[in-house]
Design a protein around this ligand. Structure first.
Ligand code: SD4
Length: 344
């Protein structure tokens, strides 16, 4: 009788879907919350803006929007109107966000809007649509009361663009981080710039778990520097640059967008976590999937992912060395962590 009961229990456990088993086990662990994680060491700026919202028990969605606004405001960072222009000299911005109920909003190829993240949120909250691009997105911004601003390239972006124009070589290579600091210094995030002033990344992603245990995320970018006019990368594409499933986890990333789109990068990571992978394992598997497509080509570009799960576990992985991310949890002080990478 006893053994029958035991085998019944064993077989019913096997009959449970893996996600359910994960949820059952997860319940026994203390959840690490609230928590916010952003790509790169400039994530210190984003996390510092997100944390006060989370600390007060606010929503993860509000926290990630604040994270994006802060970084879009920062002329010395890499995103927003001061970021690298396209090859014709125009700054075109992409951004998206996603909440804990599969609500999402994205805008792409938008010009003269200082906070594309807030435009994406407006789209999400006031229309039946999830993705708006170009002129239409700008019209929607005007209709929604956003002011158009010409913006100004940051001095470094301007210098880098002028430098690029000398050869105007259309060979986008992205995010191969330099290991040494900028000799002249450019504020606290100096090592993120090349000597000619150009950035080595143009994208900020933030994912957060709030005190109520709900997840949200955002991704905002000026896109790959000196890109073809109209080119859109992974960052505003739900499932590529950002994905959130409140039952499982959230992921975002930075790097060569085309390669992330090919594998639906962040959706892949969330699905791997659904099937039992930790955030770190899921990021690593997604990166390995990109590398497997063309291992030789993968030596020439960077992709870095970050992920969190419902329990507040954190993970990251990148192709090349040099990717880092910022974690803010209890105590509220942002900690920059160097990601593990495939190539050393
Ligand atoms: C893009 N993923 O437009 C972005 C670029 C990026 O750091 O992440 N740069 O493809």
């Amino acid at each position: 009788m006893k053994s029958n009961r035991r085998s019944f229990l064993r077989f019913s456990a096997l009959a449970l879907p893996l996600t359910r088993i994960n949820q059952v086990f997860a319940k026994s662990k203390a959840v690490n919350k609230p928590l916010v994680v952003s790509t790169w060491n400039s994530g210190q700026i984003s996390n510092a803006a997100a944390w006060p919202v989370l600390e007060k028990g606010g929503k993860a969605l509000d926290a990630v929007e604040q994270a994006a606004i802060a970084i879009e405001n920062d002329i010395n960072c890499c995103v927003g109107l001061g970021g690298n222009p396209d090859r014709d000299g125009h700054v075109t911005l992409d951004a998206c966000l996603m909440d804990d109920k599969f609500n999402c909003g994205s805008v792409a190829f938008v010009e003269k809007v200082k906070h594309p993240i807030s435009l994406a949120r407006k789209l999400m909250e006031t229309t039946p649509h999830v993705f708006l691009a170009g002129e239409g997105a700008q019209q929607f911004a005007i209709a929604s009361g956003f002011k158009l601003e010409s913006g100004k390239l940051s001095p470094d972006a301007e210098k880098a663009y002028k430098e690029w124009l000398k050869k105007a070589d259309y060979k986008p290579v992205i995010n191969i981080e330099r290991q040494q600091a900028h000799p002249k210094g450019h504020g606290p995030f100096a090592p993120e710039r090349f000597e000619d002033g150009s950035f080595n990344h143009d994208t900020m992603g933030t994912i957060a778990l709030d005190a109520s245990g709900n997840l949200s995320g955002m991704c905002t970018t000026s896109g790959m520097g000196f890109k073809m006019r109209g080119r859109i990368g992974d960052s505003p594409i739900i499932g590529s640059g950002l994905y959130v499933d409140n039952e499982v986890g959230a992921a975002t990333g930075s790097g060569q967008g085309e390669e992330v789109i090919r594998i639906c990068g962040t959706h892949t990571i969330v699905e791997l976590m659904r099937n039992g992978a930790t955030p770190a394992e899921a990021c690593k598997k997604a990166i390995e999937r990109i590398i497997k497509i063309n291992p030789e080509k993968a030596k020439t570009f960077q992709v870095g992912f970050i992920a969190i799960n419902k329990q507040g576990e954190i993970g990251a992985y990148s192709i090349q060395k040099g990717f880092n991310y910022t974690v803010t949890e209890q105590g509220g002080k942002g900690k920059v962590i160097n990601s593990e990478s495939y190539f050393s």
